[in-house]
Write a protein that binds this ligand. Structure first.
Ligand code: SAM
Ligand code: SF4
Length: 455
């Protein structure tokens, strides 16, 4: 972890502060970014900072931002712009940008030119570089950059988890797939897996601390284990983790359909802690678009896996990611996407309007559709899925499901959370039930969620 000289250098600076030094870390984007954010928090707390939700009272502000869509990036740039006045009022304030957005050369150039008060730029996975970068800034350096996405983060990095019952555990970093629309392989580097021993040790520790849901993360968990000294498949890792005793759920994301196998479905079916649910991002229902996206599967192959699972359990739950308005997508392609979602009957869909990302092949292609056509497709997609979700979720009516209560609304008295199958659920309850596993009887289906009562 942080070497002694750096730690002492920072401590010496912090001792000159007239108050307890405070740090504010805010993460945006995917679960993996939030997971990195928990490590940035851990490191800052370990260096002697108190964590704060308030930017105004912070001595270090770190935005941990996502590069996947342009809209999210412009929002972060807007937020960074708003920090200028804080820096003017407090010259000792250190402002940093980290995460995959900070890997982009265009962003780094923009920061150097137009945001000179942003003094630390740390790429995705450059957590270990934070103490050194901070010390450089405290010693007078105006701007420091560290880009590091090649290796695995140090296993001993401290973590401050945002939840006391939901924990994310990365099993691998990076991506080798180069989908033509996606910036991730350029900003997070090639695939590399953590050892199964390190993952198991972390999961055992979390369960012993009372964590109720373990979310295993990777850009394509199905290629987990490739390149390790002793190769191991993702289903084998799942079976190993599932043997850990306790009352908890295991979830994982994302599964690339080109590498998802019947063995994965069999593992889910036989497991004690994994619900009968798979997040299987399809992106489009048109083979022509899937080819242009470089996804390496056809709709037929995708459906074969869905049918395999549904033959074992007709209620097997699927969710997916879909992109609307990919440059080559025509209305006829979109109709095939609608046909696919009617055929699969997803419980949940995460839908994205295509966002061109500089440096990716798709960004070079002119879009065959107008913005208005794309917006109209998105509206039709959402409406179709809303009706389908309600219809298909109705299969749970009258049944008892296991739910992890995640949030409580003081005004309505409603607890919300997810069932073992990954479906959103809402039941009347009490604040102290947050973090507990509940058995709930399903009596209704409303707004993408199951409703009912605890039994
Ligand atoms: N690796 C995962 C996979 O392939 O399923 C997903 C990671 S990606 C961060 C999450 C989702 O963002 C993708 O499944 C895709 O639907 C969406 N996405 C990625 N690049 C996009 C882009 N340029 N525009 C719109 N959506 C995008
Ligand atoms: Fe992006 Fe494709 Fe890799 Fe997912 S699999 S992170 S969509 S390149």
């Amino acid at each position: 972890m942080t070497d002694t000289a750096t730690r002492e250098g920072i401590r010496a600076v912090l001792e000159t502060f007239p108050h307890t030094p405070k740090a504010h870390v805010q993460s945006f984007g995917c679960q993996l970014n939030f997971c990195d954010g928990e490590k940035y928090q851990g490191i800052l707390r370990d260096l002697g900072f108190e964590l704060t939700d308030s930017r105004e009272e912070a001595d270090v502000i770190l935005y941990n931002a996502c590069a996947v869509r342009a809209h999210a990036e412009s929002r972060v740039l807007g937020w960074l712009g708003a920090l200028k006045s804080l820096k003017e009022r407090n010259p000792r304030l250190v402002i940093g940008l980290c995460g995959c957005m900070a890997e982009e050369q265009s962003v780094r150039e923009l920061l150097r030119k137009s945001y000179p008060y942003v003094s630390m730029v740390l790429g995705a996975g450059a957590m270990e570089r934070l103490p050194g970068a901070l010390l450089e800034v405290y010693r007078g350096q105006k701007h420091t950059e560290a880009l590091a996405f090649a290796g695995l983060p140090d296993e001993t990095l401290p973590t401050v988890r945002m939840s006391r019952f939901l924990a994310s555990v990365p099993v691998m970093y990076g991506c080798n797939n180069f989908c033509t629309y996606c910036i991730v392989p350029y900003v997070r580097g090639r695939e590399r897996s953590r050892s199964p021993e390190a993952i198991e040790q972390e999961v055992r520790g979390l369960i012993a601390q009372g964590y109720r849901e373990i979310l295993l993360l990777g850009q394509n968990v199905n290629s987990y284990g490739r390149g390790l000294e002793t190769e191991i498949s993702f289903p084998t890792l799942l079976r190993r983790l599932d043997r850990i005793p306790g009352d908890y759920f295991i979830r994982f994301m994302s599964s690339h359909p080109k590498d998802a196998t019947p063995e994965l479905i069999d593992t889910i079916m036989q497991s004690e802690h994994i619900g009968r649910h798979l997040h299987l991002p399809v992106q489009s229902g048109s083979d022509a678009v899937l080819r242009a996206m470089n996804r390496h599967y056809t709709v037929e192959k995708y459906l074969a896996l869905i049918d395999y699972a549904r033959a074992l359990d007709p209620d097997f739950s699927f969710s997916s990611d879909l992109i609307v308005g990919f440059p080559t997508e025509t209305e006829a392609d979109f109709q095939q996407t609608l046909a696919l979602i009617r055929r699969v009957k997803y419980d949940n869909l995460y839908t994205f309007i295509y966002s061109p990302r500089e440096g990716t092949p798709a960004a070079e292609t002119e879009n065959v559709s107008t913005e208005a056509e794309i917006a109209d497709r998105m509206a039709r997609l959402l409406e179709t899925q809303r009706a389908l979700s309600e219809q298909f979720n109705a299969r749970f009516l009258g049944r008892t499901c296991r739910m992890l209560a995640e949030k409580y609304n003081e005004v309505t008295g409603i607890l919300t959370g997810k069932t073992r199958e990954g479906l959103n659920a809402a039941v009347p309850g009490r604040a102290e039930q947050v973090g507990q596993m509940l058995d709930i009887r399903i009596t209704g289906v409303k707004n993408w969620a199951l409703t009912g009562e605890a039994v």
